[in-house]
Write a protein that binds this ligand. Sequence first.
Ligand code: G
Ligand code: G
Ligand code: MN
Ligand code: NA
Length: 253
Amino acid sequence: LTLENSIRKALQLGEFVLYYQPQIDILTGKIIGTEALVRWNHPTLGLLPPAKFIPIAEETGLIVPLGEWVLRTACLQNQLWREKGFAPMSVSVNLSSRQFSKHDLVETIKEILLETRIDPQYLELEITESMTMNVDVAIEVLGKLKELGIHLCIDDFGTGYSNLYYLKLFSIDRLKIDRSFVRDIMTDSNDADIVATIIAMAHKMGIDAIAEGVETMDQLDFLRSQNCHEVQGFYYHQPLPAEEIEQLLARSS
Ligand code: G
Ligand code: G
Ligand code: MN
Ligand code: NA
């Protein structure tokens, strides 16, 4: 069996699973959202990280059905938590450029919103600047997605070459500061300056900033001092299965 066929079969057999990494408001300590991160619960190889199958899924186009499954599952789970009475929180879903070139992305998302009854403002799509997409198509598609009321986030902010161009072109709600900058905040003054400047720029533009890869209290203190109050990282939580997120929510409510 080729890896391509294995992925196709795994989709049919329901072997993919979503983990969710909490996003925390450091002022309240509360979970304000999660990022959905896919894993493959492989029958013989165990739990496989995205790096093992997303690149092939992208090459073969299987990212389209897989991505649709991720979107539907993440929205359904988020709405389920809402209906169980937990405080509303957002769910962020990573999008590959291949999903953009597929013309019915907007229709698919419309269907998923209706079907899962998630309030669109609680769905955030994470796009990266490395996404090699046609700018005209992107403007059109992202514009239509915004009209649906969902939110857009630039992932890995700072690592691509056209970050600022994206901010200019698209109506972005949030940017996620790449963890490579956060990692060395305390030891590299260039990284500290870059992070501080990204946060200030975001605020000036009315865009939220979230820092990813936060692992230490020092990093947290620095971010707080720069008025960045949304963080994601091992300092708080690793990506967790839905059941464990639910336990966290139950404990904090
Ligand atoms: O889960 P992990 O922490 O190993 O994630 C590694 C990367 O895999 C993430 O940075 C993200 O870009 C990618 N990834 C995870 N889940 C998805 C998904 O559902 N779709 C796409 N396109 N990428 C994902
Ligand atoms: O940004 P992207 O969508 O690529 O990223 C999510 C990835 O980042 C996941 O693979 C997740 O496991 C990883 N991650 C999340 N928090 C941390 C952290 O605090 N430190 C490190 N090193 N990686 C993290
Ligand atoms: Mn991401
Ligand atoms: Na990232």
